[in-house]
Design a protein around this ligand. Structure first.
Ligand code: ASP
Length: 405
């Protein structure tokens, strides 16, 4: 009977049940949390082989240098410009609402346990090039894997036809198998999400009910900016640039978006995102397998926006008046921090240390916003994934594909 209900409805029901379960029966969480762990392990198990095989087969089928160059430049420009618009939306709202002015610094949590990014901007760029691809894979670092896979896929097109065919068939086949495994894991999404969300609700319900004053306004500022970006800017882009129907596209994306929301991880949602964009929207495998893994790693509109709002909130709370020049630095470093953030929970919070350092703000400021990070992480991750899918649709349309949206 359950299997007759569409997957995204199953997930939605699981989410609602999870909130009630986590809130009213926190003592029972240990009995269900294993389901969430199994689900997340399953997803992270397939991410690296999926990304590797999908990028290789995508790039190899895009073909010669000029095609790859064209699609690559279009994709990266769209990723950068949508992230920049997201940051500017956040910048505008945080200056308008000024949530940090007059904030009580006594509410700061200590951040002893918080790892700092410990990297500079140049290191982020450098990390893209792996010094050992096997090591990068073993550590689950997606960006270097993407870099290597793009090179590999491109040079497949440069070898003799016979070898080219063998390799293309080989990686296409691996990719197909990975997608089948993905579809198998997707069936367990409602159970996984039930366990993950009920655990988070049990853990955070106490702190969330105490949120008042500045922190509450800060949270609303981030959420409002995310809603404007996801609900107005991106749909407009899909409509005007992609000549597609944003609402239909949104409906098709329900499963990956709910998964992104529940797991706070673009990487965990990636297999589901690829499946939905290809099968529901009808975007070709060539485009999805190149744009989406790249997007899950470097295109984080929600994170970029959040970095900017959070840092300016912290500046306001410390009574530091940032000049226009300093705000420009915040905008640029927020963009880089978002590009450098891994698609995992809390990555954006860790990368924020780069932005804070760039404008000489105390890293302890992160303690101010810790209490509401999880709920904002869930929200920004959803926008991150939504942004990737919108760009995939626009690129597919610009390449002359006929879609279902
Ligand atoms: N959790 C986010 C993601 O996976 C990254 C972040 O922390 O902002 O997309």
């Amino acid at each position: 009977m359950l299997s007759k209900i569409k997957l995204h409805w199953q997930i939605l029901i699981a989410l609602i049940l999870a909130v009630a379960f986590g809130y009213y029966l926190p003592d029972l969480i240990p009995y269900v949390s294993w389901m969430g762990d199994v689900f997340l392990r399953g997803l992270s198990m397939i991410v690296i082989p999926l990304v590797f095989s999908s990028i290789i087969s995508g790039v190899a089928s895009i073909g010669g240098g000029s095609n790859l160059g064209r699609i690559g430049i279009k994709t990266i420009s769209l990723y950068l410009s949508t992230s920049l618009i997201a940051i500017l939306t956040g910048l505008f709202l945080v200056n308008l609402l000024q949530p940090g002015v007059g904030a009580n610094l006594g509410t700061a949590e200590t951040i002893q346990s918080l790892p700092t990014a410990g990297t500079s901007v140049s290191e982020i760029l450098m990390r893209t090039i792996p010094d050992n691809i096997v090591d990068a894979m073993a550590r689950g670092q997606i960006l270097p894997v993407i870099f290597f896979a793009i090179l590999f896929g491109f040079f497949i097109t440069q070898v003799q036809t016979e070898k080219q065919e063998i390799l293309t068939k080989f990686f296409n086949s691996i990719f197909e198998v990975m997608m089948k495994i993905t579809m198998f894991i997707i069936r367990f999404t409602p159970l996984g999400i039930f366990a993950i969300v009920s655990k988070e609700v049990a853990r955070n319900s106490g702190s969330l009910s105490n949120i008042a004053g500045s922190l509450g306004i800060y949270m609303l500022t981030v959420l409002l900016a995310l809603i404007i970006h996801a609900g107005i800017t991106l749909p407009l882009a899909v409509k005007l640039l992609g000549k597609s129907k944003p609402y239909l596209h949104f409906r098709n994306m329900a499963t990956p978006l709910l998964t992104a929301f529940s797991t706070s991880s673009s990487s965990a949602a990636l297999p589901l995102t690829m499946e939905a964009v290809e099968h529901n929207d009808g975007v070709s495998g060539k485009i999805t397998s190149f744009t989406l893994p790249l997007g899950a790693t470097i295109n984080m509109d929600g994170t970029a926006l959040y970095e900017c709002v959070a840092v300016i909130f912290i500046a306001q709370a410390y009574g530091v008046d940032l000049t226009v020049g300093q705000q420009a630095i915040v905008v640029l470093t927020a963009l880089l921090a978002a590009i450098g953030s891994a698609g995992i929970p809390m990555a954006g919070l860790v990368m924020m240390t780069i932005v804070l350092t760039a404008v000489n703000l105390p890293l302890e400021g992160i303690g101010l916003i810790l209490a509401v990070d999880r709920i904002l992480d869930m929200s920004r991750t959803t926008v991150n994934v939504w942004g990737d899918t919108c760009v995939a649709v626009i690129i597919a349309k610009s390449e002359g594909e006929t879609l279902n949206v």
